[in-house]
Structures are given as structure tokens and as C-alpha cells.
Ligand binder design. Structure first.
Ligand SMILES: [Zn+2]
Length: 174
């Protein structure tokens, strides 16, 4: 598992981290980025379910499930990927469990945003009201949002693998 998944996060050299009008720090394009281009690799401590369950009981660890038997265990911290701010009409999305690609062309100076529900499959409820300003804004962001048919359609195959599979299963059972 260790060979297959990146240990360190990395961001494209076309990007920089600076303070964001949305919140805290944000990731901004310095140069034009084309739709489909890889922008961020989400490195981490990728582990199996067994190891993840053990880590869940440890203080200060963030455990995220990405696929049936793929989890990350992280310290709350400094990782550049944590600077991705949320938008309900994001310009980046997932290509697989750990790769973000541009959803559309991104202009220099634009902030990179993603929709947090692309990887939130659990009981997550945002403690903030979204003010992204998009006409598509959902205001309250929760880990149940992937169930909304319009979002399943809009983000088809661009969630983490775990959610992509759940969606396919739920659609097959209709
Ligand atoms: Zn919003």
C-alpha cells in the first residue's frame, strides 16, 4: 500500500498558498490551469481498515475513509491540502482517492476551491453556513449531501472512490 499512495502532499508549481477572502489560507493559481490538469496530490498516511480503527481512538488523529479498505490517518495540521476552501460550485474535484484535477479552466489569481462533500461520506455537518456566493450554494454542508441526485449527476465519478461506489450501488438498486 505504501508504494502505491503518495506520502507527501504536493501542489502544482502554478499554485501558491496565501490568505483567502473565503477563510484563513487558500490556494491560488499563479498561472492559467487547463481543465483536467492535476493540481494537488493529497499525500498521507494511507492505511488499511484495521490500522484505521486503531488510530480512531487516538487523540488528535483525523481518520478519513477513501475506499472500501483505504483510509488515511493524519495529524491535524499543516498539510497544503488543508488549505482547499469549500465552494458549492468548485473549480477542482477528485480524479481518484488522492488526486485533485481542475474541473474547468482556472485563471491566474483565482482561488482553487472544492466541494467538501466530494470526500465527506460520514456524519459530517459543517459548523459554518456556506457563503460561497454561487447560485448553486447549499448554505448548510453535510456528509449526506452526496445523496442528492443533482450532486451525483454534477460530480459523477469525481467523488472519492468510496462515494462513487455508494452512488453506483444506490442507483443500481432503483
Ligand atoms: Zn456554498
Amino acid at each position: 500500500m505504501k508504494e502505491k499512495y503518495p506520502e507527501k502532499s504536493s501542489i502544482s508549481p502554478k499554485l501558491e498558498i496565501r490568505s483567502s477572502p473565503i477563510q484563513g489560507g487558500g490556494i491560488f493559481a499563479k498561472e492559467h490551469i487547463k481543465a483536467g490538469e492535476t493540481v494537488i496530490i493529497w499525500g498521507g498516511n494511507y492505511v488499511s481498515m484495521e490500522e484505521a480503527m486503531r488510530a480512531k481512538n487516538q487523540e488528535g488523529k483525523v481518520v478519513l475513509q477513501l475506499d472500501d479498505n483505504l483510509f488515511t490517518v493524519e495529524d491535524k495540521g499543516e498539510d497544503p491540502a488543508y488549505f482547499i476552501n469549500h465552494s458549492c460550485d468548485p473549480n477542482i474535484w477528485m480524479k481518484n482517492a488522492f488526486t485533485f484535477v481542475a474541473r474547468r479552466d482556472i485563471q491566474p489569481g483565482e482561488e482553487l476551491t472544492s466541494d467538501y462533500i466530494l470526500w465527506e461520506a460520514e456524519d459530517y455537518v459543517a459548523k459554518w453556513d456556506c457563503k460561497c456566493g454561487s447560485p448553486l450554494c447549499r448554505k448548510k454542508i453535510t456528509g449526506k449531501d452526496w445523496r442528492l441526485p443533482e450532486l451525483q449527476k454534477r460530480y459523477k465519478n469525481h467523488f472519492i472512490p468510496l462515494i462513487n461506489k455508494r452512488i453506483r450501488k444506490s442507483q443500481a438498486s432503483h
